[in-house]
Design a protein around this ligand. Sequence first.
Ligand code: AGP
Length: 611
Amino acid sequence: MCGIVAYVGTREAYPVILKGLKRLEYRGYDSAGVALINDGIKVYKKQGKVSALEESLLGVDLHATIGIGHTRWATHGEPSDRNAHPHLSSSGRIAMIHNGIIENFAPIKQELLNKGYVFKSDTDTEVLLNFIDDILTNNACSLEEAVRIALKRVVGAYVIVLLDKENPDTLIAARKGSPLVIGIGKDEHFLASDASPIIEYTKEVVYINDYELAIIKGDELVLKNLGNEKVTPFVQQLDMELAAIEKGGYDHFMLKEIYDQPQTVFDCLRGRLDLAKGDLVMGGVQANLEKLVNAKRIIIVACGTSWHAGLVAEYVIEELCRIPVEVEYASEFRYRNPIVGPGDVIFAISQSGETADTIVAIENAKAKGAFIFGILNVVGSSIARISHAGAYTHAGPEIGVASTKAFTAQLVVLNMIALKIAKEKGSISNERFLQLLAELNALPDKIASILSVADAIRVVAQKHANASSFLFLGRGYNFPVALEGALKLKEISYIHAEGYPAAEMKHGPIALVDENLPVLFVATKDAYHEKVVSNMQEINARKGKLIGVVTEGDTSMKMLKADLMEVPSADEIVAPVLNVIPLQLLSYYIGIERGLDVDRPRNLAKSVTVE
Ligand code: AGP
């Protein structure tokens, strides 16, 4: 949603905040701002990216050792200077940044308007700020107390951080539903939506829980709940390196993260896949094997790319474990009042672990007695804390808004979970189990070999970069891969693209086919291969622009007039991990060809923390 950064300590606050906002820009980038205490509160904000704010502040005296900063993804109030954060209260005493949505802001605003408050913006945030200001003024209480009183009235999701000109050495922060991590330094503290703005200063962090409030000075951090009881901070060590969040010499984070995949898939397997012993070791699975093996059904709940990983998992789990699987869009599942209860296992798949629809969907299912198993990338995220157990994907920080390495890591983790359950259930032979372990183990090298011929994929991309529409088709395990390819192209190139089961074409979409429409088949060798080849011939017959992701050396493609992107052969169960790579590169190169900002596509944010 939005990115927040704050600092209090002995350093110049502005450069720390500015650098942090740039690291969090993948969370939202339609306007940005900072507020500093420098002889009173000074607020600076600008529509556009963080660089626009930076430019507008050249030559300004920004000396301060305490400050708050924000990069926005608009919900209430269009992107503009006046709707940008931070907001300053009517009294001018406090300033605030906010990530989330205050759902009951309208009645509170009406109350304040009746009291004569005037609002400078259209945001829900300014309403909460003036509500706190009003409590502060009328109750003669501390800012901490005023925040506590106000939050008891609030409905919605929030991380808020406040500056107070009457306590110029103190930050007040609170959280419910949106992420907040506090970095502990020597006589200084760093606050941010995730660890990427903090890692270069300290590895000691505290993840704030829902309904917690933090009172932060340079040399002091006090945590309390909304009941005003003290909470002992749980200090954790960050296990990531700064390099992981830098571009590493690549032009874009998206390209770096595509090229990270041989390593991230290896990291995902490391310490879990034991080829020598012919086994898989996954703590969260092992500890709950009985529940997983005896699950009446597995319901996969997710959004976007994570939902596509869930769809691949449906094919894999039903094939290997013979357990019925349903794949649900979290945004529908949370409101549909689904029939869920004890005995049901929910797989919550999420890169960020902060997607609001997925959070509420699993909270609802948990309340009905279902067992929640999280497949997540961000350690310590909200979904990790809601889940009963889980498995991390170890893909490292994913900065590019379009998910790439997290997707392949999700597929690998889901494959390993399915294999572990199948082995325990005896629903596959030990020989098949060992064969699939070897297939998983071979993935990093096979991914590297696809990346080594990326130039050939770039040529295909350049040929089709001016298309106005695209069709992605696949069958079986490759159907969800086609959906993912279409999503990547939409996100990165703004070309309208649809993914479809290839056999569905004849029931309508084939009407779209003409000499201008690129039609891409994920057509690697598997049980559906022959049928897919005949579908491709139907497109050839109608002069459609045929593109294929095919298995290296597949001679059956020779008679087709098509642009082919080859991948190494692999068992159909693990092949989606390979088959998506050319589609990631295709969308990246088409985005570049069209001169677009592939790391920060318009209208998108990396984690959608509001519904
Ligand atoms: C994928 O490229 C998008 N960024 C988006 O669809 C994403 O997959 C979706 O918002 C789910 O995010 P999550 O995995 O962090 O829950």
